[in-house]
Structure formats: C-alpha cells, structure tokens
Design a protein around this ligand. Structure first.
Ligand SMILES: [Zn+2]
Length: 289
C-alpha cells in the first residue's frame, strides 16, 4: 500500500469509527428498547435447570420488562407468577401434559380443567394452544372455550394457520385472538388480509425474525405491514425447549435488530406498547412510566 493511499485509508477508517461512535452514542441515549415478551413457556423440563429466580434474571438481563407465560403443565406458569406478580402475565395452557396436545380440542375433560383453573382469576388468556385444521376449531369443546374467553374478556393465544383463525372468528366475532408466530409460515399478504378482516386479532412474531429480516435487513413487505398496522404486532421468544432458555438474550436481541430499522414510535409499540394496551403494564416494570 502506497503512502498516500494508506493515509486516505486511515482517514476513511477514522471517519467510519467516528460515525459508529456517534451512532452508538445515539442508541445509548435512547436506551435499550424494553421488551414485553408475549411468548414464554416455563414447562416441566425447565423447572430443574432454571429456578423461577434464574428465569427472572434471564428476563432482566435481556431487558424484558414483562412476559406472557404459559406452560405444560400450568403449574410452571404459577411458579413464575408467584415469584413476580407484576412482571409475569399468566396465560392458561389447556395441556395438563404433552399427551393432551393431540386431541385436547375434543376432550371435555380438558375444557372442564380449563374452566376450573380459570376460577383462580389470575389468567389473562387461554393458550398457547395448537389447532391444525379448521375442523378442530369447530368442536363443541372449542365453542365452550370461546364462550369462557369472551365472558372473562381474555384472549386466546392460538398457534395455527389462517384457516382456524377464520373459523374461530366465524363462531364469535367478539373474541380476542393473539395469533402465535403470525401463523408461522404465513406470508405478509396473508397476515395483512387477516388483520384487515378481524379488528380483534393481534399477532406475535416469535420465530419469524428470519422472515422479517433476512440477513438482518428488514424485508420491504414486512416493513409496510408494520407501518400500516403498527398497533397489531408484538414480539416473543417461545421458550418451548430448554435450549431456547440458553440463548434467551440472543432471541430478544434478534427482534431488537429489526425493530431498530423502524421508526422509534412503531418499534416501541411492537416491542411493548401493544402488549401493554392488551395486558397492562404491571407496577414497577418501567412500562407504565
Ligand atoms: Zn410456544
């Protein structure tokens, strides 16, 4: 490398470093975006390796101010809730054990169990549960579940494709649905059609960071969707296996990276504001200030 070129290169590097320092100072001044994680599980296999205190520490380290938690079995959720009633928002999972997952929507015993647990009065939703087909959303058991949710004004946190969501709203338009993973495989156009059809539908985008920002850059169709419907999206991590707890902080940061590419107001709404509107801020979490 010749002298002049070297000088230029050093100069360029200095400018680049100064720009980076400025950018980082800007980010620091704004502070780390607080996150309301709307998809957390504290299921049985996590209880031994991670105490409730250890889980709360993980939330703190990741800058997660509040979390919607559902677990198999539900006792996991209550353990966490007892450890911090302001940060943990309990969602009642219908699965008493993993075996319930296959046919819970046709099992009267499951719905009786849900009705009994709801009597505790702490739950802000029922879920996260899975519906593979429309027919699974139309059983007498699910109709009863819908009536319970509407009577208590709590959400259903549903992992499904678009069709079961449509089936649920066809039964009861007054129902509130939080659509897990925004349908997991649903493209932005399909998510848009659903959001525009059902005013009481919200989505959380756990597991979708790679679709939203392939190679780290926010996809234009997703950006437009967020800007057109900034009040309908939330973020989540989905700690369905212990390996997800091991990388918990990284899962939250994955969302912050694409959120940082949106206008600050929209990013705040998606990171926590929309969930606060639906589930409250909790005292002393920093979200209510
Ligand atoms: Zn899940």
């Amino acid at each position: 490398m010749g002298g002049a070129v070297k000088y230029l290169a050093v100069g360029f590097l200095a400018v680049a470093l100064a720009a980076m320092a400025f950018w980082e100072a800007g980010v620091a001044a704004e502070g780390r975006l607080p996150v309301f994680d709307t998809h957390v599980h504290y299921s049985q296999e996590a209880w031994q390796p991670f105490s409730p205190g250890a889980i709360l520490d993980k939330l703190t380290a990741a800058g997660v101010a509040r979390a919607l938690v559902s677990s198999t079995p539900d006792d996991g959720t209550l353990k966490l809730y007892r450890a911090d009633r302001e940060r943990i928002v309990p969602i009642l999972r219908p699965y008493r054990d993993r075996a319930d997952m296959d046919r819970w929507f046709r099992d009267r015993g499951v719905i009786d169990y849900v009705a009994g647990r709801l009597g505790r009065g702490v739950y802000r939703g029922i879920g996260e549960f899975h519906l593979l087909y429309e027919s699974e959303a139309r059983t007498p058991e699910i109709r009863r579940l819908i009536r319970m949710a509407v009577a208590r004004d709590i959400v259903l946190h549903v992992h499904s494709g678009a069709r079961p969501v449509r089936a649920l709203f066809a039964i009861e338009p007054k129902l509130k649905v939080l659509w897990a993973h925004a349908g997991m495989a649903a493209p932005p156009g399909m998510i848009r059609r659903l959001l525009e059809s059902y005013p009481l539908l919200w989505t959380e985008v756990s597991f979708r960071a790679d679709d939203i920002a392939p190679d780290g850059r926010l996809d234009p169709a997703w950006r437009k969707l967020f800007l057109d419907h900034p009040d309908r999206f939330m973020v989540g991590t989905d700690t369905y296996v212990n390996a997800r707890w091991d990388i918990y902080r990284g899962l939250v940061e994955e969302h912050r990276r694409w959120l940082a590419q949106l206008p600050r107001k929209v990013a705040k709404a998606i990171a926590h504001g929309n969930a606060v509107k639906l589930f409250g801020a909790g005292r002393g979490t920093g979200l209510g200030d």
